[in-house]
Design a protein around this ligand. Structure first.
Ligand SMILES: [Ca+2]
Ligand SMILES: [Ca+2]
Ligand SMILES: [Ca+2]
Ligand SMILES: [Ca+2]
Length: 309
């Protein structure tokens, strides 16, 4: 036991010297509403919407931000995708900054579930008394080339090429600006309780927030926030891959070490017993990680330890 603690201490020193942080932002994906799909492919997540009748749902890739990031700390935001079928309006993907406007460290509701076509806020549980917690900024536009299918993957600047708006507090109408991000943050805030210092806990890259996206298909391969890129290709769960980068390696061991013989932190190293651990990070958890040591589901997705998300 002492030996492991010593190894942990050494690893922590090495990784700290190298400037590696254990803060983990994670990619996920999903759909809301009717007829939209989100499918994992080897090159990214393919998002599609139905041909529109006003009822089509939305599909998204989401960057979940560990601990959140203040709106006014976002200096660059882009995504790499291939629009294989342009939508009805020739728009690129909508970008939604889900913002904790009331500062309680919880997102009471997010933009994408509200914006899916034919979604009545009331059916999502948003009533007048509860829908005033959080808000969102949403950006869209027709940046160059978005109106025709991309021949290859294209990186689009989600700040400079986009115009942003927000919903009203009741989430039953459009917001009061459609302006470049650089003029809104901090210049035009606060609005609807959104301040420049409020934290964004997730960012959605969306096909299908309005009829402009009807019949659209796009593959998202990665997203980038403030210079760090997050691949949308690690879409497997491996027991022991605590930082969700598709590999079980020293980065994960560092997280486990930091929680050794303590209650789990974030991300949790309390891997076992399944399904949700026992509240302690100990040798049993280490054994599960060791069993999957150096398995890489990016390069070897057929490994039995790689479970599709
Ligand atoms: Ca909140
Ligand atoms: Ca606020
Ligand atoms: Ca990992
Ligand atoms: Ca445990």
């Amino acid at each position: 036991m002492k030996k492991l603690i010593a190894i942990c201490a050494a690893i922590a020193v090495i990784l700290t010297v190298n400037g590696v942080s254990s803060a983990v932002n994670k990619i996920s994906y999903g759909t809301v509403g009717t007829g939209a799909t989100a499918t994992v492919t080897p090159v990214g997540v393919e998002l599609s919407t139905a041909i529109g009748t006003g009822t089509a749902g939305s599909a998204y890739v989401r960057l979940n931000i560990d601990g959140g990031i203040a709106l006014n700390a976002i200096t660059s935001l882009s995504y790499t995708s291939k629009i294989t079928t342009a939508g009805a309006g020739g728009f690129a993907l909508e970008v939604v900054l889900n913002t904790d406007a009331d500062g309680d460290a919880t997102l009471e509701g997010t933009g994408i579930d509200w914006m899916a076509q034919n979604h009545n806020p009331a059916t999502l549980g948003y009533v007048a008394s509860s829908n005033r917690g959080d808000n969102f900024l949403s950006g869209d536009n027709n940046p160059p080339g978005a109106g025709t299918p991309d021949l290859t993957f294209v990186t689009r600047d989600a700040l400079g090429n986009y115009y942003y708006w927000n919903a009203n507090d009741a989430r039953n109408g459009f917001g009061n600006f459609w302006s470049p991000f650089s003029t809104i943050v901090p210049g035009m805030l606060p609005v609807n309780d959104i301040d420049g210092t409020d934290l964004v806990y997730s960012i959605d890259f969306v096909v299908g927030t309005s009829g402009n996206f009807d019949g659209m298909k796009a593959i998202v391969s990665s997203v980038e926030l403030n210079g760090t890129s997050y691949a949308a290709t690690c879409l497997f769960v491996i027991a022991g891959d605590l930082n969700d980068d598709c590999r079980v390696d020293f980065m994960d061991l560092k997280v486990l070490c930091e929680q050794w013989l303590q209650p789990p932190g974030l991300p949790s190293a309390d891997i076992t017993p399944s399904p949700s651990g026992d509240g302690r990070v100990n040798f049993q958890d280490f054994a599960v990680m060791a069993a999957n040591w150096l398995i890489d589901c990016d390069t070897n997705p057929s490994d039995p330890a790689c479970v599709p998300k």
